[in-house]
Design a binder for this molecule. Structure first.
Ligand code: 5GP
Length: 191
């Protein structure tokens, strides 16, 4: 998506060869117009998939997931990051290791918001090693629902997440695909 790539080149900061900072329009300050455009693009891409719910992971996935859900006219569900297990039987949980922070958390979904009739679109801000997305897919599986597609705002194509998700048979659509990062350098995959 050209407008997103241009914005990354203008405002993104490659902190190292593996971390891209986009705090001025995605992760800290949020550009609502760009979020709307991205939601429209995701909705257009997945429109034939009969999506019934859009799932995302707090907190930076929420903005693009909300606009996508609005265009698809379905509810959005936020998977919560809990520090510990909830033992009351009302939730699905799975353990995730965070790429940026190196910490672990329990990704949590209340059972009442999803069931085996749901056709789910998972949206997240970044795809790195695929930990968050595969964790989301485990919860969707626990619920007996179908993961119909995965929409990613920024995919770091040089990390293993994309291959992992494609190998698992998922339909992955990324709005920007970063081929290379180095201090001060961002290059995209030629498509
Ligand atoms: P994964 O689970 O695919 O290994 O990592 C994806 C998650 O880590 C995303 O939800 C995002 O929050 C965070 N993340 C991974 N790489 C980056 C990055 O380069 N920049 C930012 N801002 N977040 C990242």
């Amino acid at each position: 998506m050209k407008i997103l790539e241009d914005r990354i080149l203008k405002e993104g900061k490659a902190l190292s060869d593996s971390v891209l900072k986009v705090d001025s329009f995605i992760n800290h300050q949020v550009d609502p117009v760009l979020m709307d455009q991205m939601g429209k693009e995701f909705a257009e891409h997945f429109k034939e998939k009969n999506i019934t719910k859009v799932l995302t992971i707090e907190s930076s996935g929420i903005a693009p997931a909300l606009t996508t859900a609005a265009y698809l006219q379905v509810p959005m569900i936020i998977l919560k990051k809990q520090t510990s297990k909830i033992l009351n039987g009302e939730v699905y949980q799975t353990r995730i290791t965070s790429f940026t922070k190196g910490t672990s958390y329990e990704l949590t979904l209340y059972k009442e918001y999803i069931n085996e009739n749901d056709n789910v679109l998972l949206i997240d801000d970044f795809l790195a090693n695929g930990e968050a997305a595969t964790g989301g897919s485990r919860l969707i599986e626990q619920a007996g629902a179908n993961l119909a597609g995965i929409g990613i705002v920024i995919e770091k194509s040089f990390q293993r997440g994309r291959k992992r998700l494609i190998d698992a048979g998922y339909d992955v659509y990324s709005l920007a695909r970063v081929a290379k990062l180095a201090e001060g350098i961002v290059e995209f995959v030629e498509e």
